[in-house]
Structure formats: C-alpha cells, structure tokens
Design a protein around this ligand. Structure first.
Ligand code: SAH
Length: 217
C-alpha cells in the first residue's frame, strides 16, 4: 500500500506529464484528473497506473498511454451534447474520459470479457452515460448512428467505410491508420457537406483492428 501523499504526488506527476506532451485543453485535463486510471489497470501492473505508458490488460490487449488518450480526446473536440462511438473498449479508460465530456458514449469491443469488466467498472464508478457492447466495431453501430464523434483505438489499414458513413456532417473521427507493427499515423477525419477532410496528426502505435469477435466471446 502506498501512503496517500505518494498517490497525490504521483497524480500530480501524471498531470504534469500530460501537459508536457501537449495535452492543453482544460476540459480534457479536468476529465483526466477526475477519472482515476488506477481501477482500469488490474493485476501486476496496477502500481504503474500513473506512469505515462501503455500497459497490458486482459485478452492480450493494452490500455493506451495516457498522453495518447489525452491527445486523441483533444483532437476529437467533444461537445457536451455529443453522441460518441468508441471502437476498442479495452479497459474502459478512454470511454470513461469521454463520458465526462459527451452526452452519451457507446463503446464496443470484440472481446466479451473486456466489455463485461469495463461495464462493471462503469457501474461502480457511476458513469451512467456509457453503454458498452460486444461487437465487431469495423461495422460501427448502425442502430445508434449517426454519431457526432467516432474514436477508434485500434489501428486500421484505412478508416473503415461503415464508420465514415456513420459520421454526421461536421462530425469528427480520430483513427490510427497503418499496417500493424509498422509505424501508424493518427488521422483526424472531418465530414463536410461534400466529403471528408483528412489531417495527419502524429505517429502512434496501436494493436490492430481485427475482424470478427475474440475467441473468448
Ligand atoms: N481504448 C482502450 C484501449 C484499446 S486497445 C482503453 O482505453 O483501454 C484496442 C482494443 O480494440 C482491444 O481491446 C481490442 O480487442 C479492440 N478491437 C480490435 N479490433 C476490434 C474490432 N474490430 N471491433 C471492436 N474492438 C476491436
């Protein structure tokens, strides 16, 4: 067990690391201060929850690096009335941050176990505006479309067509694009009246977006 002052100190360093890596949006920083990353990192790596590192979670997946979560959330420019779709629930941490900024968050993962564990955490933390579901997110979530914002937290070769189709006009999607294990680029797609604008934001490294459901479900 760590003393309370150690935890306070680590949380201060956590926020400092976010700012120094370019997370400057006050609403995003506030959400990341409020949502404790600790409960989203289970087991062996729990003590490293406040380090700016990706960490292993169940089903061979990873919880993203906090500064990358911050930069992606910032690029998404979420507004209070927004309906957001996240593809790649993983630990649920990114969805929890989004829940502080949006009206409603839908998050999907191909692993049933990850969805179950994240849903339990959302209930414990009283994050009532998140709905987590098991499905192949490359097809989006047609029954809830269209979305104001879409965030994909696994790397696709190209932005998936069904996700582009489920974005509202003036909507924004943030997605890592590129071959798995190679350098990927974080792309911001904005839907306009006449098509899509693409901005390349920064190099990133994510687990791949895979087809179908995971073997545990
Ligand atoms: N956002 C997560 C980290 C995601 S790791 C967090 O905050 O912890 C990427 C996740 O994408 C993994 O959990 C993986 O199972 C999921 N994934 C990969 N391909 C998918 C697909 N086609 N549909 C839904 N989820 C997918």
């Amino acid at each position: 067990m760590s003393a309370p002052q150690d935890i306070a100190e680590r949380k201060m360093q956590f926020l400092f690391a976010l700012r120094s890596k370019g997370v400057t949006d006050q609403r995003v920083l506030h959400a990341m201060e409020k949502i404790d990353r600790g409960p989203f990192v289970r087991g062996l790596f729990a003590t490293r929850a406040y380090e700016d590192m990706p960490l292993p979670i169940a089903c061979g997946q990873t919880i993203s690096q906090p500064s990358v979560v911050g930069l992606m959330t910032q690029a998404l420019n979420v507004q209070p009335r927004d309906k957001v779709l996240e593809v790649g629930t993983g630990s649920g941490y990114q969805a929890a941050i989004l829940s502080q900024l949006a009206r409603r968050v839908y998050t999907v993962d191909r692993h049933r176990r990850l969805v179950r564990e994240a849903s339990e955490l959302f209930r414990e933390l009283d994050l009532t505006n998140i709905t987590a579901m098991t499905s192949d997110g490359s097809f989006g979530l047609p029954e809830q479309a269209p979305f104001d914002r879409i965030i994909v937290t696994a790397a696709a070769e190209d932005p998936p067509g069904p996700l582009l189709a489920q974005l509202k006009i003036n909507g924004i999607m943030v997605v890592p694009v590129g071959q798995s294990n190679a350098v990927q680029s974080l792309i911001k797609v904005t839907r306009t009246e006449s098509g899509f604008d693409y901005d390349e934001l920064r190099p990133v490294r994510f687990v791949p977006l895979l087809e179908g459901l995971g073997r545990d479900g």
